[in-house]
Each structure stands twice: as C-alpha cells, then as structure tokens.
Design a protein. Sequence first.
Length: 225
Amino acid sequence: MVFSNMRQSMSSDSQAMQPVHPANAIGLEPDVQAIEERLKGWTQPEDLIAFYGSSSLRLWSSMEQDLAPLNVINLGFGGASYDYCVHYFDRIFKDLTPSQIVLYCGDNDVAQDQTPEQVMGYLRHLLAQIAARYGDIKVSAVSVKPSPIRAPLMPVARQLNEMIKAEMAGRANREFIDIVGHFLDDQGMPDRSFYLDDMLHFNAKGYQTWARQFGLALGQPQTSA
C-alpha cells in the first residue's frame, strides 16, 4: 500500500521533475566515489541509521561520536540536492540494509531556483526508491536549515518545509524532524553564531545543537548533566 501510494505520487509529480544530466553530476562524483570506497569491506552493524543528503551532513565529522551508542553512517556528499539523491541512490545503497534512513537536503535545491513543488517531486521519487528497496523502513526527513547567506530564500524554504512536513505526516514509519527554530535569533533570522565564515555550513556549536536534536528524535539515550 505504501509503495503504491508512492508510485502515484511519483506519477503526479513527473512533469515537475527532470532527470539529472550526467555531465552536471561530474563535480559530485569525488564525494560519491569516496563513499563507495569507504563502504568496501565495511561490516554493517545492526540497527543501522543511514544519513543521506548534502554537505551539511558530509561535514559533520563527529556524527558517530555525537550520536553514540546509536549505529549511524554518514552518506552525505557535497552539492547534493534531492534530485542528486535520487540519481545516486542505487549506487550508494546497493549493499546497505539500514533500519532507518534520515534525509537532509533543501539548501542547494532552493538555491538552484527549484520550486518547492519541484523539490517535492524529487523527494517523493526518493521515498518511492526507498520503499521499493526496503519496504516499510522508517524514513525521517529533516527541515531545511536557515543559513545567514541564504536568508533571502527563507520564505521559499519555509514553504518547502511545510510541504515536507505534510508529506511525512500521517504515513506509517514516516517522520519530519524540524530543526529550524533552534538556529534562529530573537528576530527570527538565522543566528550567525552557529555558522562557519561561509555563513552556510555549521561550526562546532551548530553541529552540537544539531546532534542534540537528532539524538532526541532518534531515541539516543540521554545522559544527565
């Protein structure tokens, strides 16, 4: 039933979607190939949670330590948007059997002038790919973070987040993780203290905050202060 619904969603969004042209993916290949090399000979632990998405994940170098004792793997690659996640899904996940997948994209999608409807088309396609390979696996989609350099795009990102939330709501084993409010200042704008000098990617403080929110959402045992 879930896969049938996903297929219907894919069909209804097909006009909004365009396949990734291989030439446009050349710049992403080094990160994807690095993931493939890392997975060669890798022994998968039980109850694996796979994080899949953009460089906001890739640059989270302390993910395993931050989310211990949960078993996690970081499959983020630079420049990713949901269309590229669709494009590379079969390559990256071909030998993996995770118990849960956490998706993070949206920054690059919006910055590339994709409309929220177009982004949702790719997300629904990705959800269908996941359902086809893994059945009723749990999937969490994370809200697009507010970054200072892309503050002018916040209205579009806000609309996209509402659409992602609605897509995940009411579906078995689907979850929306909303992290936006933790990165805003008192004026409702992106808090620069969480970001590197590029004002796009998180610094250590940003990742510590992200880790706490993911830990709560994923059921990480919490230690008392």
